[in-house]
Ligand binder design. Sequence first.
Ligand code: C2E
Ligand code: CA
Ligand code: CA
Length: 786
Amino acid sequence: MGIERAFSVLRKLPLRYRGASGGRVRERLRHAFWAALIALGMSTVVLLEPVDQFMWLIQSKMGGHKASGDIVFVGANDVMNDPNLPHRRVELAKALDELERRGVGKVYLDIVFDEPAGSKYDNRLADAIAALGPRVALADQIRINDDDQQIVKRTSAAIGRDASRVLVTRQEGNYFGLVWTARYGYEIDGKIVPTLSAVLGGKPDGGTGFFPIDYGFPAPTIQTLDFKDIVEAEPVARRVDLAGKTIVIGHGRQASSARQIVPNGGNAPSSYVPIYAGETLKSGRTGFLSGIAVTLLVYALLGSLLLLAPVRKRRWFGYAAVGLAIPFALIATARLGIRIEASYAIAFLIAYLLFRSRTRWKRRVSLVNQDTGLPTLRALEARLARDHVTHGHVVIARIHNYERVLKTLPAESRGEYILKLVDRLRAADPQLAVFCDGHHLGWLAPTDETDGLVEHLEGLRAIFAAPVQAAGHSIDVGITFGVAAVENDPAGRMRAAIAAAEETSEASEPIKVADTGSTSDSLWDISLRARIDQAMEAGEIYCVYQPKIDAETNTMAGVEALVRWHDPAKGFIQPLHFIQQCEKAGRMDHLTRYVLQSACSAGTLLHFRGTAISMAVNISATLLGDMRIVGMVRNILQATRFDPKYLILEVTETARIADLQTAASILSELRALGVRISFDDFGVGAANFEALYELPFDELKIDRLFVSNIASDSKAKAIVASLASMGRAARITVVAEGVEDPQDINILREIGCQQLQGYAFSRPVPLSNILEMQNFPETGQRANMV
Ligand code: C2E
Ligand code: CA
Ligand code: CA
């Protein structure tokens, strides 16, 4: 089958194997196809023979049966055919006489007497042979020389007279010295002469073909007698009943040049090879499965697995099964006497494995997006650099609500959703190369005309007005664009386009063109986003705790958990910075869950140790858009058994609350759990009275902008004082944060702030330090900086 045709078959796969996950199925099938091709290619150049031989040795060990016992080997440990030692021929003649007397069935003489040793001796031997009549056959040795000619070394006619002849070869041992196949016969002068192997196996008419030799039984089960014992009619040998047996007489392993390595038997007399071959034919254990057949079989198995089990878990089960099938098959076939060439199937699986790991690795180094199979923005960056692009614009499309869509869609439909969006982006240019990273889609627009491009993007936005269908859902798409001219710094400009896209908003600025030459988002930031999850897992992200002090009693009323990231390579990363990256990567709720979990566990521990203080956790206002945060807090409180009334949620960035009504109902739900809500950074940004009025707060934290200036600036002092009295009136706890100077402590106390927090008391410190802290002396105490 031609490769082209094979691919066209792949292309015609049913629709259910199309699309994102279908693309994966086809990719796997393609890998399996190439792996099979490689394995079969290797088989044509017999590259893996050594592997097979090794496995055959193991198979021979596992054969587990016995020789028939019909064939008896009589080994001579002296060289019998040396013309200078003629009396040995007389000994052989005596042995033959003895065998004749004991009524043996058949005698094969696997020693060639091609040189005369004196007529007296030769005649004696000839007579003994002739006396056996049709019961004897002489084995002539055949060898094929370098010119492909058959050279036969025969016992001379003077000795053999008209005894029948068979052939043996001492040649077929391979580079490991092992003989794995035997022949049925050779064609000599137009006539087929059977081999000793074929005759012993009862198949003298087998033609000139080959068959595998089965070594599945140990050499000692071949009955073997010492030549001397026959001649001298020793009692041992006499007890063995030879009547009707088939006898092979040959040189024993002590006679030089008559040895042969035999699997399962080590160094054996070379006559063992035809004996093993004969036993193989007798038992019918001549099955053979070629490497090609085995490979195709495993290929079919893997192929159907890939089609039937696109789900990862089932597929891995399947892989394990296919992997185990090979040793299983080796054992089973060894028992059945079928030799298999499994090496190519193994090579096929290894090649497939390598293909798969290479792809997975490539995905991991993130040049390909996992969900869609599209190249990532990093790949776009690499391409811009490789092609030395200096013209055109990088366009980054930002998909709004992507995180939410991901939550709604089943995992396997996420790719489908993105690919549908990509289809629309390609409305004008079906060949457009689109790159994809999370909620960003990017491409290179070759035009240098910024205005024209913006117009084109406006047109694209119109195409996205209609909802997209994915997994049975109809999804409204919010899409905005960031654009940057490539200029001379493709990587920097791509990041500028990403930053521009992040600053877009559907309502006010759906398309934003980055300023020329500004590189606001560094590559480091992009890799930071990719690393967040990993860092949490590795414990590089952790919490430190800063005490909140009761102004009246000067005792620790609680602590605030503050997140830290220590990267082993880059060192300490500013929390505000990576929190921002976390948000861009859509991992904010992940990080919050992580911090809540750590903080509540720490709180439980503090309580257990007798320090019943509150635990404050920062919650970004962006998480107050839906109810997930409520479930998260409830679950964590349950899991950590932390008493809700000691948990304070500090809402940061209040200005970013999109909808006060929604936020109010979420905060009420949270309060219903028993936790307290704090208004962080009050007074700066757009942290305003409207929010304070609309939202149910229990605590107000006055921003350090005012606190740090109370001693020097009367206006700041007045603001803090009025906030403190307002808090008292509204029954809200007022906390002054950022108290750096110990001298400010008294002022804040007089003004009426209930709690104080800042370096004047302690920097944020590890939990162990909090456990050691008790009360704070009047002057304040500076703990280790973290
Ligand atoms: P924040 O909630 O206002 O936290 C107080 C910040 O002020 C902390 O900075 C703290 O180290 C610092 N600080 C405390 N006392 C003093 C002082 O006397 N003088 C000065 N100059 N600074 C003081 P940090 O840890 O860098 O955190 C910065 C911001 O990052 C936090 O401001 C908070 O908005 C955010 N953040 C920290 N951890 C988390 C978290 O787990 N989740 C969320 N969503 N935001 C967090
Ligand atoms: Ca805070
Ligand atoms: Ca604050």
